[in-house]
Design a protein around this ligand. Structure first.
Ligand SMILES: [Zn+2]
Length: 125
């Protein structure tokens, strides 16, 4: 049985891919996570079947942690005209909801909520 440490659900947006991979590498996770990149990350977590994708990672690789990674100016949210704090607040609601769903089914998992600014700085919320 092959295992990895984490599952990452991030937005597909090209602007955040490099900062996200570098950030994960700095956390010691290089080549140790399943990677799911979809529009809006955990937005519409249940209705778009995203939870099932994370469950595949749980089933196949016995992960210990989940990273939900959202970002500034996300096209799936269309909030780019709002101040970044507002964008984060709105997206954080979806992140917390998704985390709740995961936690209810898999209480042993550690969930990280992450927000990427377009200047490459990354905030764990
Ligand atoms: Zn996005």
């Amino acid at each position: 049985m092959s295992r990895c440490h984490a599952c990452v659900l991030t937005c597909m947006d090209y602007r955040i891919q490099y900062p996200v991979s570098r950030w994960l590498e700095n956390k010691g996770l290089k080549e140790n996570y399943d990677y799911i990149a979809l529009p809006g990350a955990s937005r519409n977590f249940l209705s778009e079947g995203k939870v099932a994708m994370i469950e595949t990672s749980i089933r196949l690789h016995q992960i210990k942690e989940v990273y939900l990674i959202h970002h500034e100016d996300c096209g799936a949210y269309g909030l780019g005209n709002l101040p970044v704090e507002e964008q984060l607040k709105r997206q954080e609601e979806d992140m917390r909801q998704a985390a709740q769903v995961i936690k209810a089914r898999y209480p042993h998992l550690v969930i990280h909520l992450v927000f990427v600014h377009l200047d490459g700085s990354i905030l764990e919320v």
